[in-house]
Design a protein around this ligand. Structure first.
Ligand code: ADP
Ligand code: MG
Length: 217
């Protein structure tokens, strides 16, 4: 089981759609596992799709971000800004079961919801990498790993498959996503297919031993 970051520094290449698709399909084909999506993009498009699509999904997003306790990625980051160098072990508070909001997705699919507030937290997260202990940079770059560990602990498992949707920018929260991942999925938009008005997503799963790869065109 692996932790995948889905990233490309270009917007509109299908990162969020691919995250939505592969996480849903993986959950469907692995009904005995809990599958986690972490939406680390302030646009929260993967969350919107998972939570019911363009109308219902957006309504759910607004409702979730407005509830006390803000059960979104920004709610968790707020907790970490308050406790940057010692994990408060509160990550499990920020995960929700997608099927409660959208019964079209498998019941074993879980989500840490994306949140536009992530963007305004950027400088505070970056600032936390400077003061404090000598390894502050490393500790801050472990925040998403801590979040995953908290959620796995609450599930009473030591391993699970995780998909992290990233923002195209190489901002601090993208660094956090990369640091938490052990595989990298890089969707591409192929120019020659654009001319035929089709989108092509090539998912290359890269591992250190480079023995695995997958792609769909
Ligand atoms: N494989 C695909 N085939 C056709 N359209 C796609 C595909 N993947 C994504 N799209 C569409 O392309 C647009 C951009 O996709 P999105 O996932 O939001 O990109 P990104 O997250 O990289 O910015 C969306 O309208 C989405 O529905
Ligand atoms: Mg996106």
């Amino acid at each position: 089981m692996a932790i995948y970051a889905i990233w490309n520094n270009k917007g509109g290449v299908g990162k969020s759609y691919l995250t939505f698709q592969i996480a849903s399909e993986y959950a469907k084909t692995h009904p005995n596992q809990r599958v986690l999506v972490i939406d680390l993009c302030p646009q929260a498009n993967a969350s919107s799709m998972l939570l019911g699509g363009i109308v219902k999904g957006e309504e759910n997003l607004v409702a979730i971000a407005s509830e006390p306790g803000r059960r979104t990625i920004a709610g968790y980051i707020d907790e970490r800004i308050r406790s940057p160098y010692v994990s408060p072990k509160v990550g499990a508070r920020f995960v929700l079961n997608v099927n409660v909001y959208n019964d079209q997705v498998p019941q074993n699919l879980y989500l840490v919801v994306g949140d536009e507030a992530l963007e305004v937290q950027t400088s505070r997260v970056s600032n936390a990498t400077n003061p404090g202990p000598t390894d502050a940079w490393r500790v801050v770059h472990s925040w998403i790993s801590d979040l995953i560990a908290d959620i796995r602990h609450s599930w009473n498992v030591t391993d699970s498959t995780v998909f992290i949707d990233c923002n195209p920018s190489f901002s601090i929260y993208t660094e956090l996503a990369m640091s938490a991942s052990d595989r990298f999925n890089y969707p591409l938009l192929c120019g020659w297919l654009v001319q035929t008005s089709s989108t092509c997503c090539v998912g290359a799963s890269l591992r250190s031993d480079a023995t695995e790869g997958s792609g769909t065109v």
